[in-house]
Design a protein around this ligand. Structure first.
Ligand SMILES: [Zn+2]
Ligand SMILES: [Zn+2]
Length: 239
């Protein structure tokens, strides 16, 4: 955390998968992620599993007495197979949105042998296997998603827009302000965001610890290191 003329530079990673994502490594427990974020000297992180918020509370509780803000989040898969990071200020906001998303997922059970296990860890450390298939598109479309997530108190950020799959770039091939997103996430190449005049952030999309540490540091400027400061900064970023 560095203090600048305009506020505080916050080092962040708002796209991290836990062992609850079928593609997430078993080592990615909520507690391990918090410990690694502190070791990396980040100020704020978000837990963003596919279509679910089940491991957010364990990470938030574990970070309560630590100098790290953990936002509850989710990587939603829209009906067009586009990934969108959804971040929320509180676990209540996140879980309300999650129950809506659950109602929009096809009722198919996860095939562990094909996709991998989906381990949910409660704050007390006990675990269970999430049966709903999470690596699947919801029935929620991209258009209208930003105001929808805002109505749950959150912010929606299209994920890795420059990737060759599950992205605005790969599915639609275009990005413009009419899609309604004031902010996007870029994996490596920001040209699509730059040409659309939309500001962008960059996170690790880590599914294992090595990828989490391999990703370079990124920061943005906020008025203060708080949940409110983070959301105000994200919603008012300039290209
Ligand atoms: Zn993704
Ligand atoms: Zn992801």
């Amino acid at each position: 955390m560095n203090i600048t003329d305009n506020g505080i530079a916050l080092y962040y990673d708002f796209h991290i998968h836990t062992c609850l994502s079928p593609c997430g490594s078993d080592e990615m427990t909520p507690q391990m992620i918090v410990d690694c974020a502190i070791a990396k000297e980040l100020d704020c992180i978000a837990i963003t599993d596919h279509n679910i918020c089940g491991n957010c509370l364990a990470a938030m509780k574990y970070a309560e007495d630590k100098d790290l803000i953990v936002l509850p989040g989710m990587e939603l898969q829209t009906s067009e197979e586009i990934h969108v990071i959804c971040l929320f200020p509180t676990i209540d906001n996140a879980l309300k949105f999650e129950s809506f998303v659950k109602s929009e997922l096809p009722p198919i059970k996860n095939n562990i042998r094909y996709f991998g296990n989906q381990t949910c860890i409660r704050p007390d450390g006990t675990t269970y296997e999430e049966e709903q298939m999470l690596a699947i598109s919801s029935g929620i479309p991209l258009y209208g998603l930003y105001p929808l997530v805002c109505s749950y108190g959150g912010i929606a950020i299209p994920a890795h827009i420059d990737r060759t799959s599950f992205s605005i770039g790969s599915v639609l091939g275009v990005l413009d302000k009419d899609m309604g997103f004031p902010l996007v996430e870029v994996w490596k190449d920001p040209s699509l965001a730059v040409s659309a005049g939309i500001p962008y952030i960059q996170s690790s999309d880590a599914h294992n610890i090595d990828a989490f540490f391999d990703r370079e540091y990124h920061s943005f400027t906020a008025q203060d290191k708080s949940v409110n400061g983070i959301f105000t900064a994200l919603k008012n970023m300039h290209a």
